[in-house]
Design a protein around this ligand. Structure first.
Ligand code: HEM
Length: 215
């Protein structure tokens, strides 16, 4: 048994703590715990941290399948659902910060934003597409939907594209970072296309090649 296999029971708790850390750091910053601060513009800091963390987790979720195949570590697949749900959690936080703290729940302003600011429209569409994925992430829904579950969860591919596009469009000057994310998403989706062309069944983000994940 290799070291990686021996300690695989640790993976889930470690990933859980790592994914929760940005939220805990934001909480500490908001309440001034351990001398932490959110900076001159706390709302902006919260909005950007949640957005960036959501995007990072979305990319990590998409990385699991290629990595598990390349490294021959199928156990890694057990981490996908947790990573995907954490990505959704941070998108919801990002959206809540925008609604409540940035826009003060001003319905007219929010509707105008979604309708007239293209980057917000894109983010909003990505959020709407994430909802059915989060709602069907349970074992029960996986069993109930069968093969349709995998097709539904392929929505994560357009979601990742919309998320990067949303980031690209909201950046005012230096687009280097969004372009790096675009490269990463292109690589992760390109790998799936290449893999499928080789006629090996490839999976949705959460599911395994033959059956949805059952962890
Ligand atoms: C999958 C969904 C989403 C992802 C992954 C995402 C991600 C991001 C990222 C990475 C940023 C830039 C952070 C930075 O510059 O460090 C950002 C900014 C922003 N996002 Fe989102 N976002 C999503 C959905 C939304 C939604 C639904 C809304 C609101 C309706 C929204 C509103 C904003 C706003 C207002 C900004 C900041 C603009 C600024 O003040 O500079 N996002 N988002």
């Amino acid at each position: 048994m290799t070291v990686t296999q021996r300690y695989r029971w640790l993976w889930k708790p470690l990933v859980f703590v790592a994914a929760l850390t940005p939220a805990l750091l934001m909480l500490a910053g908001a309440f001034g715990i351990a001398g932490r601060r959110l900076g001159a513009d706390p709302v902006e800091a919260l909005l950007l941290t949640c957005g960036k963390t959501a995007l990072n987790l979305l990319c990590l979720t998409l990385t699991v399948t290629p990595l598990s195949k390349l490294a021959r570590l199928p156990q890694l697949l057990r981490l996908r659902r947790m990573l995907g749900l954490f990505a959704f959690f941070y998108v919801l936080l990002h959206f809540t910060v925008y609604l409540v703290l940035d826009r003060g729940l001003d319905g007219a302003m929010i509707v105008a934003d979604v309708a007239k600011r293209p980057y917000i429209t894109l983010g909003f569409v990505a959020l709407l597409l994430l909802l059915p994925l989060a709602a069907t992430s349970t074992q029960r829904m996986m069993r109930r939907l069968g093969r349709r579950w995998q097709s539904l969860h392929r929505l994560v591919y357009p979601i990742a594209i919309l998320a990067v596009w949303h980031y690209y469009w909201q950046v005012k000057r230096d687009v280097t970072e969004p372009l790096i994310y675009a490269g990463i998403v292109a690589l992760l989706l390109g790998w799936r296309l290449w893999h499928r062309r080789r006629r090996t069944p490839v999976t949705s983000t959460y599911g395994s090649a033959t059956a949805p994940e059952r962890t």
